[in-house]
Every structure is written in structure tokens, then in C-alpha cells.
Ligand binder design. Structure first.
Ligand SMILES: Cc1cc2nc3c(=O)[nH]c(=O)nc-3n(C[C@H](O)[C@H](O)[C@H](O)COP(=O)(O)O)c2cc1C
Length: 353
């Protein structure tokens, strides 16, 4: 019996297995509107047997996009454009999920294949905002320090994005609070020097995360909610595993169903040395420490490894990123390797081993 291919239900939504697509930016939308690329990219991974297919970081405001080519969910046009993609994912037996995001001071950069550097407003970029007026690195713009009212506007934007996502048909929501994007910038004492109620103590720094989670929960009361966090930022005196467990406990009380355990991304001086399953131990620590379901992610590429993460109780689901770019049919192949009998798309059944 494969545990990886055992269905899981969160807040009443069942996924056929525990191999989920990790959110991955495609940098291929105009004005945040998903298009044929997103349909084929996400659709292929639904055909390939994933339990949940999650979109890339999808911005809740125009200036929250990492690049001008990120997808968005800030208007009715976005809701409408997502609908056929969501419908197709679901028609293939996968659960459609969306990652709701705001990049804060790391917004307005170029696509990786164009160098990834900041794009100035004059060149089609936009002004960046953050908890404090501290740039990410040399050559990055100094963010506009958000007023208290502007912080509340972003929390509202997360809630509105959640509501539009549900309207579009998404059945799982994930708030992006990792990788040095806006919410993570508030969490870390290195990037949050605020003196209002959204800064200072642990309670102050985590307030935006907790209030945004509550606002999303209110806007989408029945929809499973995940939060992706960086369980550590690999810098002395910064955000760490202990604070992550404390935050996960607060998020659980706010109505969050699962913590997606990633790491890093907030500070350029981070010391990160990845190896297979390098974030799995943190997932286990959050799962046990906060008593909440978790997702493990990061260099999980072998079926037996993924199986052992689930069977060993390190996580409730695994998210695969790059391996699913290499092979959209990884879940079907992994099921064969693990002797799990899963359904193949009827059109492909003659190829089933
Ligand atoms: C092309 C690409 C785009 C990514 N975009 C996002 C994103 O939009 N949101 C996010 O939370 N993580 C993003 N990530 C990180 C992945 O979701 C994942 O956490 C990371 O790649 C580690 O998993 P892996 O070793 O299975 O690839 C991205 C990674 C890649 C390779």
C-alpha cells in the first residue's frame, strides 16, 4: 500500500493523492491574465496525475507582481481568464489550487531568462513597497515604507483575491508568506523595522500574516487554506524554525489548514546549501510542534523518497517543483514504481504499464 497515493481530505476537499504541484512562476502573462501557456502547463500536470495543481505566485495587486509577466487575481477579468484553466484541471481529476502573493520589495524584476534584475517604472516596472525602506540588495530599489493604512489595504487585497479565486473555481488557496516576499519581509526582524502595530515584537511582525489569514478565511469560509512559509532565513538573528512553529500555531487558530514548509529568500547573505529533502525536517518540526498538517518541498525527486516522507510522518503531502517541469507525468510513473494502481487518462490507457 502506497501512502503517497492514498487520498487526503482537507476541510472537506479530497485530493486523489499526496503528490502536489509546487507553485512555479512562468513569467508568461500580460497584465496578470493567464493564457494558453498556463492552460497547457498546468493542464499537463493535471493529466500527469498530480493530486493538486497549484498555480504560480498570483498577485493580489498589480504592484505585487515579482515581474510584470506574473499572473494576477486583482480584477474580474482575471477571474474570467482563470475559469477555463481551473475547469480543465478539475476535469482531469486534480484539485485546482492558487497561490496568492505579493512580492513587496522584491517586485518589479525581470524574468530570469532576461537577467532577473529590477525593472524601473520608466521601463514598464512599478514602484515597490515594503515594511521598511530597505532595499533587497545593491542595485534594487528602496521600497516605499507602507503606511499602516496601506498594510490594511494589502490584507483586504488578499481577501478579495481569495474571493475571486473561489469564484474562478479554485478549491484550495495558499497564501505566500515565504521566500522574502511581502509577508516574509514583515516577519523578519532584519527587514521589518516598523514602529506601528505591524512591527517590533514577534506579535507585531506576525500580525500581517495572521490578519491576512483571518481575512482570507472570512472571505472563503469553506475553502482549504495553506500558508507557505520560509521556516528559516539562514541568517543569524533572523526568522527561524522556532518562530515558524509559533506562527504556525497562530495560523492554525486563524483557520489555516496546512503549512507549506519552504525556506530562505529574504536576505542575499543567506547561507543555503540544499540537498535532497533539505526542508523535510522543518516540515516535521512544524507538524509536531504546532499540531497542523504540513507540506514538504525541496529536492524531492525519487518516488521512494516521497513515499518515505509521507509514510514516516514528516509531512501530509509533498510538493514537487522542478521534477514536475522535467516530467509532468511523474505521479503516474511514481505510482507504477510504488505498485499503486492509479487511473490513467482514458486517452492514454493503452500506454499504461
Ligand atoms: C521556475 C520556478 C518558479 C518558482 N516560482 C515559485 C512561486 O511562484 N511561488 C513559490 O512559492 N515558489 C516558487 N518556486 C519554488 C518552488 O515552488 C519549490 O519550492 C522549489 O523549486 C523547491 O522544490 P523543487 O526542488 O521540487 O523544485 C519556483 C521554483 C522554480 C524552479
Amino acid at each position: 500500500m502506497s501512502e503517497l497515493f492514498t487520498p487526503i481530505t482537507i476541510r472537506g476537499v479530497e485530493a486523489r493523492n499526496r503528490v502536489w504541484v509546487s507553485p512555479m512562476c512562468e513569467y508568461s502573462a500580460d497584465d496578470g491574465i493567464p493564457n494558453d501557456w498556463h492552460m497547457v502547463h498546468l493542464g499537463s500536470r493535471a493529466v500527469g496525475g498530480a493530486g493538486v495543481v497549484m498555480t504560480e505566485a498570483t498577485s493580489v495587486t498589480p504592484e505585487g507582481r515579482i515581474t510584470p509577466w506574473d499572473t494576477g487575481i486583482w480584477s474580474e477579468s482575471h477571474t474570467t481568464a482563470w475559469k477555463p484553466i481551473v475547469r480543465f484541471i478539475e476535469s482531469q481529476g486534480a484539485v485546482p489550487a492558487i497561490q496568492l502573493a505579493h512580492a513587496g520589495r522584491k517586485a518589479s524584476t525581470n524574468a530570469p531568462w532576461r537577467g532577473g534584475k529590477p525593472v524601473a517604472p520608466a521601463d514598464g516596472g512599478y514602484e515597490v513597497v515594503g515594511p521598511s525602506a530597505l532595499p533587497f540588495n545593491d542595485g534594487y530599489p528602496t521600497p516605499h515604507e507602507m503606511s499602516t493604512a496601506e498594510v490594511r489595504d494589502v490584507i483586504d487585497a488578499f481577501a478579495e483575491g481569495a474571493q475571486r479565486s473561489v469564484e474562478a473555481g479554485f478549491r484550495i488557496l495558499e497564501m505566500h508568506a515565504a521566500h522574502g516576499y511581502l509577508v516574509h519581509q514583515f516577519l523578519s526582524p532584519h527587514t521589518n523595522k516598523r514602529t506601528d502595530e505591524y512591527g517590533g515584537s514577534f506579535e507585531g511582525r506576525t500580525r500581517i500574516a495572521v490578519e491576512a489569514a483571518r481575512a482570507i478565511r472570512e472571505a472563503a469560509p469553506d475553502t482549504p487554506l495553506m500558508v507557505r512559509i520560509s521556516t528559516t532565513e539562514y541568517v543569524e538573528g533572523g526568522w527561524d524554525l522556532e518562530q515558524s512553529i509559533a506562527l504556525a500555531t497562530l495560523l492554525k487558530d486563524a483557520g489555516v489548514d496546512m503549512i507549506d514548509c519552504s525556506s530562505g529568500g529574504n536576505l542575499p547573505q543567506q547561507q543555503l546549501h540544499p540537498y535532497p529533502g533539505y526542508q523535510v525536517a522543518a516540515s516535521r518540526a512544524v507538524r509536531e510542534g504546532a499540531g497542523i498538517a504540513t507540506a514538504a518541498v525541496g529536492l524531492i525527486v525519487e518516488p521512494n523518497h516521497a513515499e518515505s516522507v509521507i509514510a514516516g510522518g514528516d509531512a501530509d503531502v509533498v510538493l514537487l517543483g522542478r521534477e514536475l517541469l522535467r516530467d509532468p507525468y511523474w505521479p503516474l510513473h511514481a505510482a507504477t514504481a510504488l505498485h499503486a494502481d492509479v487511473e490513467w487518462p482514458v486517452q492514454y490507457q493503452r500506454a499504461k504499464p
